[in-house]
Design a protein around this ligand. Structure first.
Ligand code: UDP
Ligand code: MG
Length: 310
């Protein structure tokens, strides 16, 4: 019997978990020709998430959990899941039912019927996002789309059904700074997308705020493009060119009108502007440098405190 392994990262999901399990149970009852393992990753929750997971695991032998020593973030939870899950097909779902378990049936059928490696979900709405977040998201994907050669789209969910071979490929990317949206697409393989209307979170609150999203966004750009580093050379050449034109203009102006000193305010502006640009690119280099620094430390990405995994 083939087996589907489901990874569910959970951070303070006490309200959603029982609802999620109910939905998932219905799906498992419908997919009778398959075995299941549900691997919940408790990412350092401060509420009753772990207690709920323990009681669910007593009830249902297909449930496994891994509990971190603190909150390491969703990326760490995904990695722990991928490293510890068993099964011939693996999928990843949020605990808040925004990735409806019922879609798994359709995804599995498509994967088998067309002999694909990955079937993913694309939401055709962001109705739970505010107006500003929608605009920023659109801008961000435009920027990363231009900078990176790995395709990434705003509406692609992490909810994908993948074969074991794809998981092994993803795990062969051993970087410390993990950006799953990019890693999943980087490995390639035959992929098809199913579009759906993403519902709102069933209970609890989103775990993302502007600062977390911004940092995550920068991680994505630094992780999947080196073009910002090259950009400074282009800006440098452009500035040299502008400076050359200005020199010609000043020589011409001095010869024709004679203009001994004037113009220090404009000079001050130019100096501040150019130093700003230089500091900006120093910052860009710093971003990459800090990532190299973290990579070389080889710290563990997550620390497990307890688990019922064999
Ligand atoms: N999550 C996690 N660790 C974190 C933040 C989130 O494991 O530090 C989990 C969370 O419990 C949920 C999933 O990642 O199952 C997606 O989080 P959320 O629904 O808050 O994100 P959104 O859907 O708002 O983008
Ligand atoms: Mg969510």
């Amino acid at each position: 019997m083939k087996k589907i392994g489901v990874i569910i990262p959970c951070y303070n999901e006490e309200e959603s978990l029982p609802l999620y399990y109910n939905e998932m149970k219905k799906v498992m009852e419908q997919m009778t020709n398959l075995d299941f393992e549900l691997l919940f990753i408790n990412d350092g929750s401060k509420d009753k998430t772990l207690a709920i997971l323990k009681s669910l695991a007593k009830e249902d032998k297909r449930i496994r959990y891994i509990s971190f020593s603190r909150n390491f973030g969703k990326e760490a939870a995904i990695l722990a899941g991928l490293e510890n899950i068993s099964g011939d097909y693996i999928t990843l779902m949020d605990a808040d039912l925004q990735d409806p378990p019922s879609k798994l049936i359709e995804m599995y059928d498509l994967l088998i019927k067309e002999d694909l490696d990955i079937v993913g979900l694309k939401s055709n709405n962001h109705k739970n996002y505010g107006f500003i977040r929608k605009i920023l998201t659109a801008c961000y994907y435009k920027i990363i789309g231009t900078l990176s050669s790995t395709p990434m789209a705003p509406n692609e969910r992490d909810y994908r059904l993948m074969t074991r071979q794809v998981i092994d490929a993803i795990l062969s990317l051993t970087e410390y700074n993990r950006y799953s949206k990019g890693l999943f697409n980087f490995v390639g393989f035959d992929t098809k997308w199913i579009t759906y209307d993403a519902p709102d979170r069933i209970a609890g609150n989103t775990k993302w705020n502007f600062r977390k999203l911004f940092t995550y966004g920068i991680d994505g750009i630094v992780g999947f493009s080196t073009r910002p580093l090259v950009l400074s050379s282009f800006v440098g050449i452009l500035f040299c060119f502008i400076a050359f034109l200005m020199i010609l203009f000043i020589i011409f102006k001095t010869i024709v009108w004679g203009d001994p000193v004037g113009g220090w305010p404009s000079l001050a502006c130019i100096i501040i502007f150019v130093s700003g640009v230089q500091l900006f690119f120093l910052g860009v280099i710093g971003e990459y440098l800090s990532k190299i620094y973290l990579e070389t430390k080889k710290r563990p990405i997550y620390i497990i405190k307890e688990t019922n995994k064999k």
